[in-house]
Design a protein. Structure first.
Length: 251
């Protein structure tokens, strides 16, 4: 009887081992079914978003040297930007063809109004939209894909100069943050792009450290609140009595 019990126990152990092995193979197979980085980047950059929020922060030797925050909505197109640098600090609203800007550090706190073509800001919005990821498509082999709950996370870690150039060549960065990439030596860059199963971007996080003119600097960029900003409007105090600078960009 004892011998039979031992055989029974051994049989149960064998069945348990087979079960665990099958589960392991199933899990590995599921992991193999993750979309490629190229698929995620290609499909995500085709998306069109109605609203978004983004922030940039550049630190030099641990202290912020320039930063910016932007949010926008479409239908109608309204943009708000708050930019701060060592020698430049301004707030700006864009509503259709009208732009309102307030320069800090001057003798006046007035808002100034200009009229420009809507296309003037189209590259900026397109860049923050799906085109934010376009420069990374040729570099898709540098990224890894991981499961993030029911969504996907696209991850990069390294110091590839091409990845760095892709970040700072983007209009969403260069329009607001001035970085001269000629003599920059990347130290480390971390990128995480979270997308849902339909390849809609949930958020983008970029942290990149580098050396510029012998100083260690860090650029942090976050894009979030995608399609979550329901309404954005220029404050009445801004539109009340701006100093009209006339029409620019007449062509």
């Amino acid at each position: 009887m004892k011998f039979m019990n031992k055989k029974l126990i051994l049989g149960l152990v064998a069945l348990l081992a087979l079960f665990l092995s099958a589960c392991s193979q199933k899990s590995a197979k599921s992991g193999d079914n993750l979309p490629s980085a190229k698929t995620i980047l290609t499909k995500a950059q085709k998306a069109n978003y109605n609203s978004m929020h983004a922030t940039w922060d550049e630190k030099s030797n641990g202290k912020t040297s320039q930063k910016a925050a932007v949010e926008y909505t479409t239908k109608p197109t309204i943009i708000y930007a708050n930019v701060s640098a060592t020698s430049n600090y301004y707030k700006m609203w864009v509503e259709g063809k009208n732009s309102y800007i307030q320069m800090k550090g001057t003798n006046s706190s007035h808002w100034f109004k200009t009229t420009t073509k809507a296309s003037t800001y189209s590259s900026f919005i397109q860049s923050l939209n799906g085109n934010l990821l376009t420069p990374f498509i040729p570099l898709h082999k540098q990224f890894k894909v991981k499961k993030n709950d029911n969504n996907y996370a696209l991850i990069y870690k390294g110091n590839n100069k091409r990845v760095w150039n892709a970040i700072v060549s983007d209009a969403a960065v260069t329009t607001l943050i001035g970085i001269d990439i000629d003599d920059v030596k990347p130290i480390n860059t971390e990128i995480q792009v979270d997308v849902d199963k339909n390849y809609n971007v949930n958020d983008v996080k970029i942290v990149s450290s580098y050396k510029d003119d012998g100083q260690k600097k860090t650029l942090t960029m976050n894009v979030d609140q995608i399609d979550q900003i329901k309404k954005l409007s220029v404050p009445s105090a801004v539109k009340k009595n701006p100093v009209d600078l006339g029409t620019l960009d007449k062509k």
